[in-house]
Design a protein around this ligand. Structure first.
Ligand SMILES: [Mg+2]
Length: 379
């Protein structure tokens, strides 16, 4: 069968959050997404979603992704066979350096097309799932010690989540560490938490406090140091206290190789967006497996579309043993798919339908479209 891509369309939307989210560099009230639709001559449409924690995270944003996809990827893709995913990724790599989030967005829609074409869920294209659901860690980012402890306790009592991850980085390293220890102690006997300072901590001060963090039973220390400081991560890991997780430092396949070679991490945080797509995440997870390193199912705070894509690949990994943080769909105040993903207690379930297994809700797409909102506010 001759199958070709006939067009690509993109739409920036903003979905409100249930509560503001405090990152090291910014506070957020709504989350922007770039929704992509790829049409084919056979009437199959693939959908994908691009999103980043913010331009501070990787240098990409929904706006940069829209430019890259519309101006540079669309001419490469129209008229091509969407089944040739590796060949198309190679073309995109040759045309545009970096911009992994934009590449991942396109790749997601291509896998959706292929899954729908052969009538199988995308996880089947990655070797089949080894689990039906993954436990979800909730991010404690309410903005104060008391609020974080209270939120953690309530989530456990309501059986919504069992384990947590705290955001940090808004304070100085020492103040931040004291806060993490207070929250961790406040949750003791009930649950535990990891911490993610998003590369904002100072190596020397962190080294001084590693014993206390360990004694407070902090689960893991995720990306405490700048992205480039792999030697620093190796030094922290060398103390053999709190397990060290790499996130920003573990974006590309080559990053993963370097971290393994330098024995710099105990856990890899996987994310399809930062790595340029699902196939590359699978490669990184397999490198980790070869080195005996477990993986954590990271998120770029996707909505149901991107979360479905994560679930399709994460569910095929035998070494994803450190839970996930795919809470995006329940963190957002509304959904943009017709049937929401299934969350039961602390678990999120892998969708079963063909392709990504989620359908875009066209009314919601129009409702949250930035373009339409701008038009409304001008009239
Ligand atoms: Mg992180």
């Amino acid at each position: 069968m001759s199958l070709t891509i006939t067009s690509l369309s993109t739409e920036i939307i903003d979905i409100p959050l249930r509560r503001p989210h405090q990152f090291s560099a910014t506070k957020m009230n709504a989350k922007p997404f770039l929704i992509i639709q790829i049409e084919t001559n056979e009437g199959i449409t693939g959908i994908g979603e691009g999103t980043t924690p913010g331009i501070w995270w990787s240098g990409e944003s929904v706006e940069t992704m829209q430019v890259v996809i519309e101006h540079y990827f669309t001419p490469l893709l129209v008229g091509k066979d969407p089944r040739k995913i590796e060949a198309l990724l190679a073309k995109m790599d040759r045309q545009v350096e970096g911009n992994e989030f934009a590449k991942a967005t396109v790749e997601m829609a291509l896998y959706d097309i292929v899954g729908k074409l052969v009538n199988v869920p995308v996880y089947q294209l990655f070797g089949g799932k080894v689990r039906d659901s993954i436990p979800v860690r909730w991010a404690l980012a309410a903005g104060s010690i008391e609020a974080d402890i209270q939120e953690g306790r309530e989530k456990v009592e309501n059986k919504e989540h069992v384990n947590f991850k705290m955001k940090a980085g808004a304070l100085s390293t020492e103040e931040d560490i004291k806060r993490v220890i207070e929250v961790s102690n406040g949750l003791q006997g009930i649950t535990t938490t990891g911490v993610d300072p998003n590369r904002s901590w100072d190596l020397k001060i962190t080294m001084r406090w590693m014993d206390e963090l360990y004694e407070a039973k902090v689960d893991f220390l995720e990306q405490p140091l700048p992205t480039w400081d792999v030697k620093g991560l190796a030094r922290l890991r060398g103390l053999a206290k709190v397990p060290i997780m790499a996130d920003e430092s573990a974006s590309t396949i080559q990053d993963a190789m370097q971290l393994i070679e330098m024995e710099a991490v105990d856990i890899f945080s996987l994310k399809i967006q930062k790595s340029g797509g699902m196939s590359r995440v699978k490669t990184i997870a397999n490198l980790a497996k070869a080195a005996g390193i477990p993986c954590f199912g990271g998120t770029s705070l996707e909505s149901s579309i991107g979360t479905a894509a994560c679930l399709h690949v994460y569910s095929t990994l035998t070494n994803l043993t450190e839970d996930c943080e795919l809470f995006g769909p329940i963190w957002l105040a509304d959904d943009i798919v017709e049937e929401p993903l299934t969350f039961i207690n602390e678990n999120v379930f892998v969708p079963k339908g063909p392709g990504l297994g989620v359908k875009l809700d066209m009314d919601k797409l129009a409702k949250y479209s930035r373009k339409n909102r701008a038009a409304c506010s001008q009239s």
